[in-house]
Write a protein that binds this ligand. Structure first.
Ligand SMILES: [Zn+2]
Length: 174
């Protein structure tokens, strides 16, 4: 089952900001525009102060925006909160770029390094230098070492990278 765009965005928000902030964000995602913090608080049964804290956090990261309205009868300002689509898009872009960097570094590492693992196969793999230091014996179990074929790992990393590159260019063209 593949997640909808909203579900993916919500999952990302929860991962970055935590569960409570994600609950607040979810209400805005559902209602879209001009929602008052008191309404959000009522809807999810959270204290208004906590809702505001979550909103400020989201606002600091530009994923929500607000309009300030002055009510002349109560002489209070009302804040109307909305989803900031542009900000969400750029947050997703930043996240994808970050993940791409990590994957590209790992790919570079896999391509440039020869790994060894003992024939048992259950011990962690080690670098050539570590193998040399241990006279080509497994440092974990003392077993005989053999070179690891990492073509499959490299292929999977390349696949993951091109998937993210496609996602990134989809971000740009939308
Ligand atoms: Zn071993």
């Amino acid at each position: 089952m593949s997640l909808s765009k909203d579900e993916r965005v919500l999952a990302l928000i929860e991962r970055i900001f935590g569960e409570d902030t994600a609950k607040v964000f979810e209400v805005l995602l559902r209602r879209g525009k001009n929602v008052r913090d008191e309404e959000i608080a009522r809807e999810i049964g959270m204290r208004v102060n906590s809702v505001r804290k979550a909103l400020y956090q989201l606002h600091a990261n530009q994923v929500v925006s607000y309009k300030k309205l002055y009510d002349p009868t109560t002489r209070w300002y009302t804040y109307l909160w909305s989803i900031n689509e542009v900000g969400i898009k750029s947050l997703i872009e930043r996240r994808i770029k970050l993940a791409l960097n990590v994957l590209r570094q790992r790919l570079e590492h896999e391509r440039s390094t020869v790994f060894f693992r003992c024939k048992k196969g259950s011990c962690p793999k080690i670098s050539f230098d570590e193998a040399l230091e241990n006279s080509f014996r497994c440092p974990y179990c003392g077993g005989e070492l053999e070179q690891v074929d990492n073509t499959e790992v490299i292929r999977r990393l390349e696949e993951e990278i091109s998937k993210l590159e496609r996602a990134l260019s989809a971000c740009h063209s939308r």
